[in-house]
Design a protein around this ligand. Structure first.
Ligand code: HSE
Length: 337
């Protein structure tokens, strides 16, 4: 059934988890909300601190992706009213564009009565991003092991144990995925490929079995991080030493510049680790802030408990939803993929 107005909430994500380049992703409990309805003319309202450069005309990514859904479903819906609020920083390696794509796909599909399957949305989003790690995590939640071979994407979701926490150090500067991919070589030696295949295999096994004591070894990578280190001052020191300060393992988050440490919530050392990350970046004159997060076990969700008397922002701030960036667990609030 067609809906007059729909709202979705979509999580941020981290990609690669070190060696799983373009194939491992994890959803994080940092969110964006999208409201979408049909309209006589298109209007796009953006809220939050991260929206300065985002267009509000028909070049907007959410608008364009929604039109792809309508085209795929052979439905005409040229004009939309869209409101977006996001806590996800842009171009920092936390999957903001994947969240926008997944949120737009889910909202547009719901608006026209959900003719497209979750698998179809996964195929469309993987083809748009050209890798399935961020979009898979934002769509399905948890940890995603996935591939996209240029035609089809496949994935398996892994549920992290409840004690897995995530500390991110988010530098103030922006780094586009495009720029961070341009520093990578076209070819790598066989021994580097073997290094990453074996470490990714061990990492997936460690995450599935809960053998988090292996993560410190398994998160090592030679395929992309050593090349990207030139773009992120302090990164090499952090990758080398964060486990000495209590991290289970550490990696560049996606294409960066955010650095991400996995942490056992039951262990000590937490403030030591936070200080180490910030001081290492500060020593390189990189301003950054840290944020404690958790894996988001759910992916994009269609929100059903919405107070129509309240504004879009009021619903997010005062409604059922707990503040996403406080690292609290978030329950399910409607249909999810
Ligand atoms: N896997 C991607 C990369 C994630 O590392 O370039 C960024 O979107």
């Amino acid at each position: 059934m067609n809906k007059a107005k729909v709202r979705v909430r979509v999580p941020a994500s981290t990609a690669n988890l070190g060696p799983g380049f373009d194939s491992l992703g994890m959803a994080l409990n940092l969110y964006a909300w999208i409201e979408m309805s049909r309209s006589e003319t298109t209007s796009i309202h953006l809220y939050g601190d991260h929206m300065d450069q985002v267009p509000t005309d028909k070049t907007n990514l959410i608008y364009k992706v929604a039109q792809m859904v309508f085209a795929e479903a052979e439905v005409e819906c040229p004009d939309l009213e869209i409101s977006v609020y996001s806590d996800i920083p842009l171009t920092r390696g936390l999957g903001s564009s994947a969240s926008a794509i997944v949120g737009a796909l889910a909202a547009a599909n719901q608006l026209i009565g959900s003719p497209l399957s979750a698998d179809k949305l996964f195929q469309m989003s993987s083809a748009l991003e050209k890798h399935p790690d961020n979009v898979g995590a934002s769509l399905f939640g948890g940890i995603i092991a996935a591939y996209w071979d240029g035609e089809r994407a496949e994935y398996i979701k892994i549920e992290p144990k409840p004690n897995l926490k995530v500390l991110v150090a988010i530098p103030e500067f922006h780094l586009s995925t495009d720029k961070a991919r341009k520093v990578l070589p076209d070819y790598v030696p066989l021994k580097d490929a073997v290094f990453n295949v074996s470490h990714t295999s061990l990492l997936v096994a460690a995450l599935c079995s809960g053998r988090y004591d292996y993560i410190r070894h398994a998160m090592k990578d030679v395929l992309h991080q050593p090349y990207r280190a030139q773009l992120i001052p302090g990164m090499t020191t952090i990758l080398d030493k964060a486990t000495d300060f209590g991290a289970l393992g550490v990696a560049l988050s996606g294409a960066g510049p955010t650095l991400l440490a996995l942490v056992d919530a039951d262990s000590g050392h937490k403030s030591n680790l936070e200080h180490f990350l910030l001081e290492t970046l500060q020593a390189e004159e990189v301003s950054a802030r840290t944020m404690w997060l958790k894996p988001s076990l759910t992916g994009v969700e269609v929100l059903t408990s919405w107070d129509e008397q309240r504004s879009f922002l009021d619903n997010i701030i005062h409604g059922e939803m707990p503040p996403a960036n406080k690292g609290e667990s978030v329950g399910k609030m409607g249909g999810s993929y």
